[in-house]
Design a binder for this molecule. Structure first.
Ligand code: AKG
Length: 288
């Protein structure tokens, strides 16, 4: 028993919303099909193989994992990730329900492999929202994170540990690590959680297996994403993607609010490109 509900991708969105509001997270078994998992894994394999584990030379890797492989720029490396994961209707529907009451639109904060290798110790429990420390104090949803299993994801190999319902705790409540429970997944299953939920990668206690996850997060559009997504994807790839994907990846202006009657307010636009909207990365933008 991992303490989080398991609801299939076709579950009514009211129930998904009610569950994530109550527990801070949930598991969606079979979010991605076996074929999709295989394709994404194949697409990312060359980049993963080329990457040395650990975060950055000379950097304290305790948090990011000294034997953990993190590769970003995923939408440029796997079209299947864009079509089947980033644009998954269940995830977008949930993100709409959770985030749109608090922003004009949301975007991708980051997507990266989190492949935890043998002997990598457990990660400190944390809230992803603390990337935006001041905003976290507003106690409104800022981010929804997703970890999809691309391979082994049992407790021994480092399944994510979560404290169910900790998103409701006061931010200064001491963190009791013994309350954390591992969330075991099968390939294609997804752990979906609010940025306010306490969680962390588990220790990989094996000598020969890797815990393979592909992380993805949707963030309210008035906060700076963790990854410089538009740079890592680039306009040449963006041009080939569907409009909603381009928007999520930073190739469209960001409405600060849904609608405005005041003409001055209506003209406001975040994430501009000259007087234009980055949407014109389809080729019509000219740097005047
Ligand atoms: O790998 C995991 O299970 C969680 C990773 C995480 O929360 C992080 O690196 O911020």
């Amino acid at each position: 028993m991992d303490g989080l509900a398991r609801l299939t991708p076709d579950t009514d969105s009211d129930l998904l919303l009610e569950t994530i509001d109550r527990d801070g997270g949930l598991v969606i078994p079979g979010l991605l099909s076996p074929e999709t998992v295989d394709q994404i894994d194949r697409d990312l394999a060359p980049s993963v193989a080329a990457r040395r584990p650990g975060f950055r030379e000379g950097f304290d890797d305790t948090f990011y994992g000294r034997n953990t492989v993190r590769v970003q720029g995923i939408p440029a490396k796997s079209r299947t990730m864009v079509d089947e994961y980033l644009l998954h209707p269940t995830l977008l529907d949930l993100a709409d329900r959770v985030l749109l009451p608090y922003c004009g639109d949301y975007w991708m904060s980051q997507s990266e492999t989190i492949f935890i290798g043998p002997d990598n110790p457990r990660q400190t429990l944390h809230r992803d929202d603390l990337n935006w420390n001041l905003a976290a104090k507003l106690r409104v949803p800022l981010q929804i994170s997703v970890l999809v299993a691309l391979g082994d994801y049992d407790a021994e190999v480092g399944a994510t540990r979560v404290i169910p319902r900790s998103h409701l705790w006061p931010l200064d409540r001491p963190i009791d690590d013994s309350l954390a429970v591992p969330v075991e997944l099968e390939p294609g299953d997804a752990l979906v959680y609010l940025g306010s939920l306490l969680h962390g990668g588990g220790a990989n206690q094996t000598t020969d297996r890797w815990r393979k996850a592909l992380y993805l997060a949707y963030l309210v559009g008035w906060l700076t994403p963790e990854e410089a997504v538009a740079v890592s994807v680039g306009p040449d790839v963006a041009r080939t993607l569907p409009p909603r994907a381009r928007q999520l990846l930073g190739f469209a202006g960001m409405p600060e609010r849904a609608a405005a009657d005041d003409p001055a307010e209506a003209a406001l636009a975040l994430w501009q490109l000259d007087a234009d909207d980055p949407r014109v990365v389809d080729g019509t933008f000219r740097n005047r």
